[in-house]
Structure formats: C-alpha cells, structure tokens
Ligand binder design. Structure first.
Ligand code: ZN
Length: 295
C-alpha cells in the first residue's frame, strides 16, 4: 500500500476503502494496513474487530449519525450477528433487503468477520441476482399502525386496507406483541419498535407527511391492484354493507333524508356513510391517488 501524497485525514478515511474494498482473500497484512489507517483517523481500538459497512440507497440516510461518511466503520469485541450490527447503526432489520459479506450473500444471523466489507441493500432495491431477506408479507395483507398515525389509518382504510389502529395508546411491547399475534405488518416512524424481536413484518415510515406515507405503503407492498375504496369503516376498520334507507331513517338529519338515498353501514360500530359533501373531498383524494399509480 502506498499513498502518493499525504491527504487530509478525513479524506483518507473516506476514500481508501471505496477503492479497495476489504475481502477475505486479502492478506492479513492488507487488513492490518487498512485497520492501521482507520486507527489513526477514527480511533479504532486495536483489540476490537472491525467491519466496513456500505449502506446503499436510502439506508445511508438512516444512519444514526446523519453526517456519517462511507464506509460506516463498526468495531466490536464479541462475535456479533450482522443483524445486531446493522441495528446498532440505527437501521431496523425490516429495512434491509439483502446483505453481502465480502461479496457473498448472507442472512441476518451471519457473524461478521474481522476486516471485511459488508454491503446492505434496502428492501425496495434488492439486486436482481440476490434473494430477499425479508419474508413475503402474510396474505391477506393487514396492517397495525403505531400511535399518532390516525390520519394514515383512515386513508388506508378508505383505500380498502385492513388497518388496526388501537384506540388507546399502547406501549412498544404491546404493539410488537399485537403485530406478532395477529400477523400484521407494523407501520411506524419509531425505529426502536421495528428492532424488537417479535416484529417480523414492518415498515419504517420516513416521511411525516400522510400523503407520502400512503404512497410509500402502496409501493412497498405493491397494493395498487388491491385498492378497493369504500369497503371499510374509516372509524373502526369494520366492513361496510349497503343498508336500506328505511332502516336508518330515524338517524338521519332532515337534509340528508331529503337528498340522499344510498347508504352503507359499518357492521361493527354502526356508523352510517353516504355520498355527502365530505364524500366528495375524499373522492377527489382517491382520484389523486389513482392518478399517481405508475403505469
Ligand atoms: Zn365502524
């Protein structure tokens, strides 16, 4: 290894591994040389094992230190699974779609080896030649939403999705147990919740914007062909069924009675739905969603 000139420390730390990815066939001298380089620049304890993570796509934005440069250097003493190391970097396992260790595909249980390069690809961009580490979502697809995602719950229900949104605030432990027991996909903005062992299926919502969250969920689970509006109660997730006007007449306001004839009722909570003014706004929103579906 020769360095032609003496660049600034931070530049050396960033550039060298990019051009010289560590691999198991590399000589121990080579690995020692790389570690020595990082020890000078990033204060790595020589007693510890070190791996060099390359997080691809949006995963790089999820690193705990947003200003972290490539590669993400991770040091540890005891043998560690790659899943543990990825999550300690701030990335829930639900977001990792494929992992290469020294160029070879591995699963989450793989024990990271000293000095190697580990590539992690996001669940939405798994290279075609690699198997996805994420199990297929349980069918039919059903969601569990974290606290404070009430608007997303109503939007997804409007599209026909089965969405459980507990009325009372639940702890992370209770949510994880519920997702596990009911085989539901956990949707949350809380990374810690997705890192719980009980969570098998989940999605980290990176946006705070409900419309972007809806698009993300539709894309991630490819739900475009399953959109079936006005099948579920926006309040409680119960199924809606047509009901004769005569059966609900005593519950209608005078103007509703006069102008509307078609009604639906939630089989669980009894909420009545009809095509009133609020309906028009939701229909416009639906039209926007349908227009945004990729060809
Ligand atoms: Zn209902």
């Amino acid at each position: 290894m020769t360095l032609q000139k003496k660049p600034q420390r931070t530049q050396r730390a960033q550039r060298f591994p990019e051009k010289n990815p560590v691999n198991p066939s590399a000589s121990s001298e080579h690995v020692r040389a790389i570690r020595g380089l990082f020890q000078k620049t990033q204060k790595i304890n020589p007693q510890m094992k070190t791996v060099f993570f390359h997080f691809h796509g949006y995963l790089a934005e999820l690193l705990r230190d947003a200003g972290e440069k490539k590669p993400f250097v991770c040091s540890f003493q005891e043998a560690q699974s790659v899943k543990h190391l990825i999550e300690s970097a701030g990335i829930p396992h639900t977001e990792a779609g494929a992992i290469l260790a020294s160029g070879q595909p591995v699963d989450f249980n793989y024990l990271a080896q000293d000095g190697e390069r580990i590539d992690v690809f996001p669940v939405t961009a798994v290279p075609s030649q690699l198997p996805s580490l994420q199990p297929p979502p349980p069918r039919p697809i059903r969601f569990l939403l974290d606290n404070h995602l009430g608007k997303l719950a109503r939007r997804l229900r409007l599209l026909g999705c089965d969405v459980l949104y507990p009325r009372n605030h639940l702890t992370d432990a209770a949510l994880a147990q519920l997702a596990h027991d009911e085989q539901r996909i956990m949707l949350t903005r809380d990374r810690g919740l997705l890192m719980r062992k009980l969570i098998v299926h989940g999605r980290l919502l990176r946006s705070k914007n409900t419309e972007e969250q809806v698009r993300d969920v539709l894309q991630r689970y490819n739900l475009y062909d399953e959109i079936s509006p006005w099948q579920r109660c926006l309040q409680c997730n119960g199924r809606l069924h047509p009901i004769p006007k005569a059966a609900v007449l005593d519950r209608l306001e005078p103007k509703t009675k006069r102008y509307y004839n078609d009604f639906q009722m939630c089989e669980d909570c009894g909420q009545i739905y009809w095509r009133g003014s609020h309906f028009a706004k939701l229909e416009e929103w639906l039209a926007q969603v349908l227009r945004s579906i990729p060809e």
